[in-house]
Design a binder for this molecule. Structure first.
Ligand SMILES: C[S@@+](CC[C@H](N)C(=O)[O-])C[C@H]1O[C@@H](n2cnc3c(N)ncnc32)[C@H](O)[C@@H]1O
Length: 226
């Protein structure tokens, strides 16, 4: 069962507080802007849903874009970092003030969050922060919380197995980024989980997928197998 062992969230929240002010720039530089681009790639598939949960949304760029393309969606926005929540709020206040009331900002560890029912659950560069066991527990909660035709929208790093030179370069980039996050944010995770494989093993099917940065990043839409 999923419980509070998830990353010791109070310190993870504080850890992400420390890097919130330069997180977007750092992610853009380290990934040639592909971290941002990859997570927006299928956002047009979310233009009609009515209740979306965004987990670990960071500084709120995805939130901003979602509010633009879907004029009626209500969004529950959960992040363990007070600073990330504050940046997101300020972003919406500045660019889409009339839409602020469509977002419920919750500063909490996902382990403490009480799931309701959603048409969409979004995890962009979030599930890779946790060990297998925690991801497994989260996926079970996602399955119960998603409506029958609901969408699980996931963008994440990929465990890359090709032996090409590009794959070695990708692995080095990935290693640097991953260890930077671990150090900067006090993450306890020691290795990357194979997120896609875990999701497929937990009663979800893949609907559409796109890879970025030589296959090192990917965005996927999943739905429940009924
Ligand atoms: C790597 S960042 C990704 C941010 C954003 N989704 C993006 O792709 O740019 C991970 C986010 O998850 C949040 N986070 C980390 N652990 C968490 C937890 N246990 N519960 C809720 N949020 C968490 C962090 O504060 C951070 O904003």
């Amino acid at each position: 069962m999923f419980n509070k062992q998830s990353n010791n969230s109070r310190s993870v929240g504080k850890g992400f507080d420390r890097i919130a002010f330069f997180y977007d720039k750092m992610a853009a530089i380290a990934s040639f802007n592909q971290i941002n681009k990859s997570q927006l790639t299928f956002i047009s598939h979310l233009s009609t849903q009515s209740h979306c949960l965004i987990l670990g949304g960071g500084t709120g760029d995805f939130l901003h874009q979602l509010l633009i393309i879907n004029k009626s969606v209500k969004i529950t926005y959960v992040d363990a970092s007070e600073k990330m929540i504050e940046y997101s709020k300020q972003r919406i206040l500045k660019y889409l003030p009339a839409d602020l009331n469509r977002v419920d900002f919750i500063c909490a560890d996902v382990a403490d969050f009480k799931f309701e029912t959603y048409d969409v659950i979004v995890c962009n560069y979030f599930l890779d922060l946790f060990e297998d066991e925690i991801v497994q527990g989260l996926l079970q909660q996602f399955y119960s919380a998603l409506s029958p035709d609901g969408i699980l929208y996931v963008t994440d790093f990929v465990l890359y197995t090709s032996q090409s030179l590009q794959s070695y370069i990708s692995k080095i980039n990935l290693w640097v980024l991953f260890h930077f996050f671990r150090l900067a944010t006090y993450l306890k995770t020691k290795r990357l989980v194979d997120v896609e494989q875990q999701i497929l093993l937990n009663k979800f099917k893949r609907i559409i997928r796109k890879k970025f940065l030589g296959g090192m990043l990917q965005s996927i839409i999943f739905q429940k197998m009924n």
